[in-house]
Design a protein around this ligand. Structure first.
Ligand code: C2E
Ligand code: CA
Ligand code: CA
Ligand code: CA
Length: 275
């Protein structure tokens, strides 16, 4: 038993060491990435199912890591959060998104993702005010997307942050709705404007009766609470058809456009209005 134990240890050590090294080099590279200007925001349209459509672009973080393909946030957001780097990167994303949006037509909004740590930091309201003042973007053109983890505990500070943001005209969307663990009671406690239905429910719309029921329930819930419903990850005309029939308000996904750099926003707007 002792022998096989050592055998196991010998076999797994190199793999564990390799993973540790990958993680350490990721962290080391991330620490300097903001200063070296390696982060970018790409923009993906969110389109209302009204005529004419209203358009918002969600800002999505990308990392131009030297010597690699453009890195999507799935592989590094958690490292930013664990290291506290999410604070400066999040503040940079807010300023950059507001500055970019200030150059778009006045009817077009921008949505910025806010991590739970950033939301709970106590400095978010000041950061948002600075980003709006610097860019001269009206607050009414800014949405913030937060997740359940940001509002899990119902303390007075969270409620005050939401009230202050919304009083200035900013709208707040609850992201990844339906994937969390908590009860729905926070929907009563917290002032919100939008619910984003997670892509995992949209994917099943064509084939799964259960997914369609869940989406219908979320759309109905949103409507009865006076919230706008948004479906993310819409890829097919069939999914669009289902969502329209279920009364979903807004659509986001590769069907309209994948996230693209700011330079391509005008072309995306033209295509949406021709759609
Ligand atoms: P999310 O907020 O749920 O964003 C939607 C994700 O779905 C994006 O992934 C987007 O590219 C992807 N997506 C959109 N439409 C489709 C589609 O039709 N099909 C498929 N397969 N995927 C689609 P992305 O850009 O990789 O971002 C992943 C997550 O990283 C985001 O999920 C968000 O939680 C986080 N994130 C991105 N940017 C930021 C940021 O600036 N700050 C913070 N705190 N988090 C961010
Ligand atoms: Ca750059
Ligand atoms: Ca989002
Ligand atoms: Ca999602």
């Amino acid at each position: 038993a002792k022998e096989s134990g050592r055998g196991c240890y010998r076999r797994f050590e190199p793999e564990m060491e390799r993973r540790l090294r990958v993680r350490q080099s990721l962290e080391a590279d991330l620490r300097g990435a903001l200063g070296r200007g390696e982060f970018e925001l790409h923009y993906q349209p969110i389109v209302s199912l009204t005529t004419p459509p209203e358009v918002c672009f969600e800002a999505l973080l990308r990392w131009r890591r030297p010597g690699r393909d453009l890195v999507p946030p799935g592989s590094f957001i958690s490292v930013l959060e664990e290291t506290g780097l999410i604070a400066p990167v999040g503040a940079w994303a807010l300023r950059t998104a507001c500055a970019d949006a200030a150059g778009w037509p006045a009817s077009v909004r921008v949505a910025v993702n806010v991590s739970p740590a950033q939301f709970r930091s106590g400095t978010l309201v000041a950061e948002v005010e600075a980003a709006l003042a610097e860019s001269r973007l009206p607050a009414a053109r800014l949405d913030l997307e937060i997740t359940e983890a940001a509002i899990l505990t119902d303390d007075a500070a969270i409620l005050a942050t939401l009230h202050r943001l919304r009083a200035s005209g900013i709208r707040v969307a609850l992201d990844d709705f339906g994937t969390g663990y908590s009860s729905l009671s926070y929907l009563r406690h917290f002032p919100l404007d939008k619910l984003k239905i997670d892509r995992s429910f949209v994917v099943g719309l064509d084939s799964s009766h259960a997914s369609a029921s869940i989406v219908r329930a979320i759309v109905t819930l949103a409507r009865s609470l006076g919230l706008v419903s948004i479906a993310e990850g819409v890829e097919t005309p069939e999914q669009l058809h289902h969502l329209r029939r279920l009364g979903c308000d807004e659509i986001q996904g590769h069907l309209f456009a994948a996230p693209r750099p700011n330079e391509e926003v005008p072309a995306m707007l033209r295509r949406i209005h021709e759609y």
